[in-house]
Ligand binder design. Structure first.
Ligand code: ZN
Length: 196
C-alpha cells in the first residue's frame, strides 16, 4: 500500500469537449435546451468513440452551464465515471464545495440524457442539486443491454421526498436515438461483473 500515492485520481473529459462547448450557447434557460446539450454531449461521445452513449450537465438557476459530463468509464478505467458522476464531480470542483446547492442557498439542476442508474441515483441527493431533468428512460438503456442496477422502483418519489424535483421524458426520442446509434455501431456494453 505504500505506493498507492502514485494512483492519485483525476477526471479528464475527452479532448473534443472544450471545442464543442465553445460553440454552445451561453445560457440554457429551458429544460429542453438543457437536455439538448446533454444529448449532444452523449452523441458526440459516441461519434468520437470516447465512451458510452450518455451525457449530462449541471446548470445554475439562470441556466448557465457549470459543468458538463460524459461517460468515460472505458477510457478512464473507472466504473464510477458515468456522465452524471462526472458532471457532479466537476461542478463541485469548479464551485469549490462538495454541496453544489450550498446548503439550500442556491438551486442547481442536473440534466441527464438518460435516467440515472442505481449508482447515480444514490449520488444525486449527496450532490446538492435540487432538480433532475432526464431524456431517455432507464428502460430505454436496458433495452440496448445496459444494466441500470438495483434502483428503487419509486426512485423519482424518493428524490422528490428529499427536495429534488424530477422531470422525465424531455426530448426522450432524441435521447433514445443516441442509445440506438451506439447499439447500431456495436458499442461496448459494460455492465457489473460482465465485462468481456
Ligand atoms: Zn449511472
Amino acid at each position: 500500500v505504500e505506493a498507492l500515492g502514485q494512483f492519485g485520481f483525476r477526471i479528464d473529459l475527452p479532448p473534443w469537449v472544450e471545442e464543442f462547448l465553445g460553440r454552445a450557447p451561453e445560457v440554457f434557460p429551458t429544460d429542453e435546451e438543457r437536455i439538448r446539450l446533454a444529448i449532444s454531449l452523449a452523441r458526440q461521445n459516441v461519434e468520437q468513440q470516447t465512451g458510452g452513449p450518455f451525457g449530462a450537465a449541471v446548470f445554475d438557476e439562470h441556466g448557465r452551464l457549470v459543468a458538463p459530463g460524459v461517460n468515460v468509464v472505458v477510457t478512464s478505467n473507472c466504473s464510477i465515471l458515468h456522465a452524471e458522476m462526472v458532471a457532479i464531480a466537476l461542478a463541485q470542483q469548479k464551485l469549490g464545495r462538495y454541496d453544489i446547492g450550498n446548503q439550500g442557498r442556491s438551486r442547481y439542476a442536473l440534466a441527464a440524457s438518460t435516467e440515472p442508474c442505481a449508482m447515480c441515483f444514490g449520488a444525486i441527493p449527496w450532490s446538492g442539486v435540487t432538480r433532475l431533468v432526464c431524456g431517455a428512460r432507464d428502460e430505454d438503456a436496458r433495452r440496448i443491454g445496459f444494466d441500470e442496477g438495483p434502483k428503487l422502483p419509486g426512485w423519482q418519489e424518493a428524490l422528490q421526498t428529499r427536495g429534488i424535483r424530477v422531470t422525465r421524458d424531455v426530448l426522450r426520442e432524441e435521447a433514445v436515438a443516441v442509445l440506438d446509434l451506439y447499439a447500431d455501431l456495436g458499442g461496448q456494453i459494460y455492465n457489473p461483473g460482465r465485462q468481456g
